[in-house]
Design a protein around this ligand. Sequence first.
Ligand code: CDP
Length: 204
Amino acid sequence: MTLVIAIDGPAGSGKGTIAKKISSFYNFPHLDSGILYRSVAYLCEIGGEKNLDENIVLKYAQNLNLDEIDIDNLRTKEIDEISSKISSYSSVRESLKSFQINFKKIHSDKKGIVVDGRDITTVIFPNADLKFYITASLKDRANRRFKELMLINPKIDKKLVIKELQKRDQRDMERSTAPLKIADDAIIIDTSYKIVPQKNLPSF
Ligand code: CDP
């Protein structure tokens, strides 16, 4: 039995940081599902796909090979926007769902896995052993994303970062397929101002 720890939350909530810490503490493989959407977005960007036609985006998703993607290119403002748009396509989500289900299969010899994203607790692993919904105030989340984007472009406008984060939240929460929502059985953690503890985690 492979324990599944599923973590969802909006942009900048700290879910990725928490997922990484759990993963390294327990030595459980970690899948950041956002990387999948960002990688497809990146392929659309370098492919010059301006219209983001669903069938074309789907082809990129179906042929996705993470080994060919340089993940250092994935956290730009442009990729934020494209990944948020293409993640509303149900065919694209279905294709990336197989990838995520397969992640569990290929790690079936491990004690556990950690997967984070927007629909992990609700759609991808609705029967996960542990579910978390990580959130934080818009101000704190935008500050974190601003600091990250500043490393790429020191002149980035903070107001724009806040606006784009809100737009992304709205798209993620209001789309008809697999919207971001709190699973009934999820543990909610608000990380506003919080530091993630690294010690005293329970053993499995
Ligand atoms: O790190 P951050 O929370 O800013 O974003 P991410 O997790 O890398 O995801 C990038 C985009 O992919 C999000 O804005 C979502 O629109 C989409 N996404 C999704 O729809 N479902 C997931 N399971 C993961 C990401």
